[in-house]
Ligand binder design. Structure first.
Ligand SMILES: Nc1ncnc2c1ncn2[C@@H]1O[C@H](COP(=O)(O)OP(=O)(O)O)[C@@H](O)[C@H]1O
Ligand SMILES: [Mg+2]
Length: 475
């Protein structure tokens, strides 16, 4: 604190004067009457000039001597007050007289009150700081020039560290936000706009801009907060995509049906052979629509119940056997065989037989559809404690059922999307094979409902393995 130190030097210099100048008038008024008496006595000739002068001088010196401690105390208290106002912590001075004792006590009281207020203010400021910092969403304080006066932690996490002093437009260029900011900074009412940030991860925000009722420090006039609506936007997009996909899937067979009906009513009215052929195609198309509607209803029902885990215990071997038997004809059409391998002491798993059946029915159906003609589909069930990462925290052991085919395999890039509704690696092939593109989505949601996990491994030219892990230790 060089300033305070300099001032202190100054004070010390004044206090080194032999006599406090401020007491000169007091000294003058105290010594004037006795000096006057000497003067009158000297003038009237009662005493001689020499002794009169000596007497008057003695009076002045005595008055100065008596007043000096008061002057010194006054200087000390003044210096103490100056020190306090400069923020220098000095102990209160020891006084020689009682004249300024009350003043010193009052100063001490003032110092304590001031310190208490200061502490309260510091706590309050720190509290507000931590409030701003711990807000989950980004927050910016802006000045009238649209520059950032202050940004919180969440803002730094997204936009980087050095934000202070930067123009908001350097980070978010969305025109709607720029317009809203311009209006608010010119004194307009608060605004609310959507902002999309495109980068390595796309983010969507609802940006809310509010003018401050009173300007803050450093010219802050407005506050901008961003609320992350990325998940919401993604959901909206998914819903829109889903409706578009479902409509498209239904419209294709429906258009075919309408086309054939037109033909049967018109040109092919009397062609018995064509009628038979068309009716067969129409039956296929109608069946496809019916399958699609059934899968859609099924999927929405499963999704509704996904958060409640089914109760009851089911032994898997009879379920798997039943499915394999049911698929025998389909397998035979492609000269394929299904091999089951299950230990006799396989523990039961939590869940209902019909839902577990749907899971493995879909996987084995896929293996037959996309597996190698004439190949083998191996279904192997076992108890394991070697759990994939997603399940390891939730269970210690699981029944793992692997459905392995010898098909062409699936490209790595497609694997994460395989369980999305309507996602197919080869849409035409899937449709031709009577697929709806919903099978694996149904599998995923059913496995989730059973608190299990689905893993997919595939090697091009070798085949694919779809493994369902179901918790087996009552977890
Ligand atoms: N065993 C498999 N081998 C190769 N690709 C597969 C296999 N199982 C699924 N797929 C791919 O995943 C897609 C989605 O499967 P799914 O949801 O069951 O729909 P669908 O069978 O009706 O086409 C299939 O279209 C196919 O491209
Ligand atoms: Mg399928």
């Amino acid at each position: 604190m060089p300033d305070g130190a300099e001032k202190n030097e100054g004070l010390r210099k004044t206090s080194r004067l032999p006599f406090n100048r401020r007491l000169l008038p007091v000294m003058a008024s105290l010594s004037t009457p006795p000096v006057g008496v000497f003067l009158v006595l000297a003038l009237s000739g009662d005493i001689e000039a020499g002794p009169a002068l000596l007497g008057a001088t003695a009076i002045v010196v005595l008055t100065a001597f008596l007043l000096n401690p008061y002057g010194a105390d006054l200087a000390q208290v003044t210096r103490y007050a100056r020190d306090l106002s400069n923020g220098v912590e000095t102990p209160p001075p020891a006084l020689r007289t009682g004249l300024t004792a009350d003043l010193l006590a009052a100063l001490g009281q003032l110092r304590r009150t001031w310190k208490a207020h200061n502490a309260d203010l510091t706590t309050l400021v720190r509290f507000h700081e931590s409030l701003i910092e711990s807000l989950p969403g980004p927050l910016f304080l802006l000045n009238r020039q649209r520059r950032i006066v202050r940004a919180n932690l969440a803002a730094s996490a997204i936009f980087g560290r050095q934000l202070q002093g930067r123009d908001l437009a350097a980070m978010i260029r969305t025109p709607a936000l720029m317009d809203a900011t311009a209006r608010v900074l010119k004194g307009g009412a608060g605004a609310d706009v959507e902002v999309s940030l495109r980068g390595p991860t796309d983010l969507d925000f609802r940006a809310m801009l509010e003018p401050l009722r009173e300007s803050g420090p450093a010219g802050t006039v407005a506050v901008l907060t961003l609320h992350d609506i990325t998940a919401l936007k993604r959901m909206e997009q998914m819903r829109a995509d889903f409706v578009a996909n479902a409509s498209h899937e239904l419209r294709t067979p429906l258009s075919a049906l309408l086309g054939f009906i037109e033909t049967l009513r018109g040109p092919a009215r009397d062609d018995a052979e064509a009628r038979e052929r068309f009716l067969a195609i129409m039956f296929d198309q109608a069946s496809r629509m019916s399958r699609l509607v059934a899968d859609l209803l099924n999927l929405s029902r499963i999704e509704l119940n996904e958060h409640t885990r089914p109760d009851g215990l089911t032994a898997l071997p009879p379920v798997l056997k039943r499915i394999a038997d049911g698929l025998e004809i389909q397998a035979g059409q492609r000269s394929m065989t299904i091999e089951l391998a299950m230990p006799p002491d396989l523990p039961m798993v939590k869940g209902k037989a019909d839902e577990l059946e749907q899971i493995f029915q879909n996987l084995m159906d896929n293996a037959l559809k996309y597996g190698r003609q004439g190949g083998v589909v191996r279904v192997e069930a076992r108890l394991t404690d070697d759990l994939p990462a997603g399940l390891a925290g939730r269970a210690r052991t699981a029944v793992a059922v692997a459905v392995r085919d010898e098909g062409d395999g699936i490209e790595k890039e497609h694997l994460p999307r395989l369980t999305e509704r309507f996602f197919r690696v080869d849409a035409a092939r899937s449709r031709q094979l009577g697929g709806t593109g919903l099978g694996l989505a149904i599998v995923k949601h059913l496995v989730n409902r059973h608190r299990g996990l689905l893993t997919i491994d595939s090697t091009i030219g070798v085949g694919s393995v779809f493994t369902v892990y179901l918790p087996a230790d009552g977890a």
